[in-house]
Design a protein around this ligand. Structure first.
Ligand code: F6P
Length: 391
């Protein structure tokens, strides 16, 4: 039976992410496959407000699967946050006869979707697209894999020069509110310390101690990864406002210099992480999620977020999804804790030892003390004999 859905709009909103083009392409191609028309809305929600759109067919999405950025442009729309803005946007939907909108972006984009569909009879479906991977209801968002690989490649290059100069490097990665990228990249590059926005950092515990241990274990160059939104713990709170543009990394580096006497170098990876050709993983995930989104709409769904959960593409009610708070992967947290806290082999505490182990430890300590004592007794005796001979 032919689909009742006639026309779908697709837009990209918020920060761009590599793989967004692959998603737009898959929306267009699935629409063509299902006999639905697809309209590309330009510059995010602003395109709906300003009636800035283009009908898209196969030729419009040819040769874009491998391109970073988004061919339909993106924006953060303040006007769409207002009732007046959404009213204008709906008049474009009416003009175009849109049955539904697929919005590719982050949770801000989805919040916009929800406000829109609660006021007007328009169906919306969201697809997670942000390098931050900070959408609570999805374990994956388009662009994360490419951004992580871009960061790893850059950090490996920085490592070469740090190693040669035996220096400490402080590298800032993106992540205003989320440390997912920093944590993942930190594991992949073998960083000595990783600071994330979710947990305010304490210089002694989270940086100095780790660098000291690494130094004692013989390391001669050091790597600290800082998410741009990581904040210092101040009197138990996270109240110092350091956000973006190298502020966080610079602060950490100057403390390393002052307190540890090292001469660190700061590298801010910035927007390089948002560009570039998407990885195979991002292309495949983007294509699968976009295909799924069109199928959902074809089957009459509304207000859904397409998501990746336990390795599968599935969907969730948008309001429910927005309530889910983004969290750092606990598995990765444990891995990172072990990787950054094991430079020196740790002695087990007395409580952790069996009775036998404890006795053995005490015996060897006594033995060592006695040897020292015996040595000094023999030394005294030999000295006395030599002195006697000299007389
Ligand atoms: O795309 C998300 C993000 O990369 C955040 O990590 C960062 O804080 C923000 O975008 C910066 O975006 P822009 O420079 O476009 O304002």
């Amino acid at each position: 039976m032919a689909s009742k859905v006639k026309r779908i709009g697709v837009l990209t909103s918020g920060g761009d992410a590599p793989g967004m083009n692959a998603a737009v392409r898959a929306v267009v191609r699935t629409c063509m496959y299902e006999g639905i028309e697809c309209v590309g809305i330009k510059r995010g929600w602003n395109g709906l407000i300003n009636a800035d759109f283009t009908l898209m067919t196969g030729k419009d999405v040819a040769h874009i699967i491998n391109r970073g950025g988004t061919v339909i442009y993106t924006a953060r729309s303040d006007e769409f946050r207002t009732k007046e803005g959404r009213a204008k946007a709906y008049s474009t939907c009416e003009l175009l006869g849109l049955d539904s909108i697929i919005a590719i972006g982050g949770d801000g984009t989805f919040a916009g979707c929800l406000a829109f569909s609660s006021e007007y009879p328009i169906s919306v479906v969201g697809i997670p697209g942000t390098i931050d991977n900070d959408i609570g209801c999805s374990q994956y968002s388009i662009g994360f894999d490419t951004a992580a690989n871009t960061a790893v490649e850059a950090i490996d290059k920085v490592r070469d020069t740090m190693q040669s100069h035996e220096r400490c490097s402080v590298i800032e990665v993106m992540g205003h509110r989320s440390g997912n990228l920093a944590q993942y990249v930190g594991i992949a590059t073998g960083a000595n310390a990783v600071l994330v926005p979710e947990t305010p950092w304490d210089f002694d515990k989270d940086v100095a101690e780790k660098l000291r241990e690494a130094r004692l274990a013989g390391r001669t160059h050091f790597m600290v990864i800082v998410a741009e939104g990581a904040k210092q713990k101040v009197d138990g709170t996270a109240d110092n406002e350091i956000v973006g543009n190298g502020g966080a990394a610079t602060q950490v580096a100057s403390m390393i210099k002052e307190r540890l006497g090292m001469d660190p170098r700061v590298t801010v990876l910035g927007h390089t992480q948002r560009g570039g050709s998407p990885t195979a993983r991002d292309r495949v995930n983007a294509s699968s999620m976009a295909y799924y989104a069109v199928e959902l709409i074809k089957n009459g769904a509304n207000n859904r977020v397409v998501r990746m959960w336990d390795g599968k593409v599935c969907d969730i009610d948008m309001a429910e999804g927005l309530k889910m708070k983004a969290k750092l992967s606990t598995e990765e947290q444990s891995v990172l804790k072990a990787m950054t806290g094991s430079y020196l082999s740790k002695e087990p505490t007395a409580e952790e030892m069996s009775e036998e182990e404890l006795k053995e430890k005490i015996r060897s300590e006594i033995e060592a003390e006695l040897r020292v004592q015996l040595r000094s007794e023999i030394e005294a005796q030999v000295r006395a004999e030599i002195a006697e001979e000299k007389k």
